[in-house]
Design a protein around this ligand. Structure first.
Ligand SMILES: Nc1ncnc2c1ncn2[C@@H]1O[C@H](COP(=O)(O)OP(=O)(O)OP(=O)(O)O)[C@@H](O)[C@H]1O
Ligand SMILES: N[C@@H](CCO)C(=O)O
Length: 320
């Protein structure tokens, strides 16, 4: 579930007086998501998502996330547009939490994306990278290599509870990845969490990208690597080369990858698999069973890590 903070009608009506959306027709909490409290809001002038930002989001990052969505939406990326308050601000306060309203996007996320949908994601990711190139704000990636160490320090001692031998395997990964991690690939704004549950489709047409709350500055090719992991493996964790080729072809139709970016993909995909394994492992070990936050399987990302470790050429991903 993802309603941590309840909002009553009087509080909401008062909050909406600062906006030009008319009065509330109806609103209800949204179960999906885990970071923030989200509500579907029908107001006289349209449908919106109302988000109350909870403790896992650093409040000082909110202007970056909301201004980024505004910037991208104005440049044609299909993402929510934050609604400005009458005073021009994008962030207000509701029930004691920072809160914002963004436009509602139609569509559904795909539990089993098709090859064609992977192509659409690649294309949209490249559009996002190009549209973000002149965004003037910056945010370091809190979950870049140094951040992974902090997560690992909090889980290493219990990693073998999840899978025997995992601690030693991850230590070896760290040594290798930290030594070889590139420092000079093309970089700019990345989404950093473009998983299927953050992409809506109407049929094969992509109808929205959401959840920019991990967006930051990092290598564009790292974002591509994250999408390879999130979109191009099947539920039995097997790699689907047709989906990878479609995703990369879609991406390159908009923003061709340089030879150095291509050559780095196996390592970046390994690093990205390690990053998501670590956040999942940390949650797995620290969130109590039965808590409202959904725990995701870290072993899925151990399997992906092992796959990329054996990749010797980017041609495995369908690149020449
Ligand atoms: N602009 C939007 N249009 C339509 N639905 C939306 C929109 N934004 C969010 N949602 C809905 O709200 C749900 C939660 O949104 P979101 O993924 O941003 O939440 P979150 O709390 O940041 O969760 P997490 O980071 O765990 O995915 C989405 O799965 C989707 O159903
Ligand atoms: N996409 C992440 C969850 C955080 O948004 C995962 O699947 O581990």
């Amino acid at each position: 579930m993802a309603v941590y903070t309840d909002v009553n009608e009087a509080q909401l009506s008062r909050f909406l007086q600062d906006y030009d959306v008319g009065s509330v027709l109806s609103y209800k909490g949204i179960a999906e998501g885990s970071e923030n409290s989200n509500f579907l809001l029908h107001a006289e002038r349209g449908s919106f998502i109302l988000t109350l930002y909870e403790k896992r989001v650093d409040q000082s990052d909110l202007p970056f996330f909301l201004c980024l969505m505004q910037h991208l939406a104005r440049r044609g990326v299909i993402c929510p547009l934050p609604v400005q308050r009458r005073d021009g601000e994008l962030i207000g306060e509701l029930a004691g939490r920072p809160a914002a309203i963004i436009t509602f996007l139609e569509g559904m996320w795909m539990r089993h994306p098709t090859v064609a949908q992977c192509g659409e994601v690649g294309r949209s990711l490249a559009q996002l990278h190009l549209a973000g190139a002149d965004f003037p704000m910056h945010r370091a990636n809190a979950l870049a290599v140094e951040g992974w160490r902090l997560l690992w320090n909090g889980s290493r001692d219990r990693a073998d509870e999840v899978s025997p031998g995992l601690a030693a395997e991850v230590e070896a990964e760290f040594t290798d990845i930290e030594t070889r991690w590139p420092n000079d690939l093309p970089r700019g704004i990345i989404h950093a969490d473009l998983f299927p549950d953050n992409v809506f489709f109407l049929g094969d047409r992509l109808s929205g990208l959401i959840d920019f709350y991990f967006a930051c500055d990092d290598f564009y090719a790292y974002d591509v690597a994250t999408c390879l992991n999130a979109w191009c493996f099947e539920t039995d964790f097997s790699f689907n080369p047709a989906k990878a080729a479609a995703l990369l072809t879609g991406y390159e139709a908009v923003r061709p990858l340089s030879d150095r970016e291509k050559a780095a993909l196996p390592l970046l995909a390994r690093g990205s698999a390690l990053r998501f394994m670590l956040t999942r492992l940390y949650d797995w070990l620290t969130i109590p069973d039965g808590a409202s936050v959904q725990k995701r399987d870290p072993l899925e990302y151990v399997a992906k890590l092992r796959f990329h470790r054996d990749v010797t050429s980017p041609s495995t991903y369908g690149l020449s």
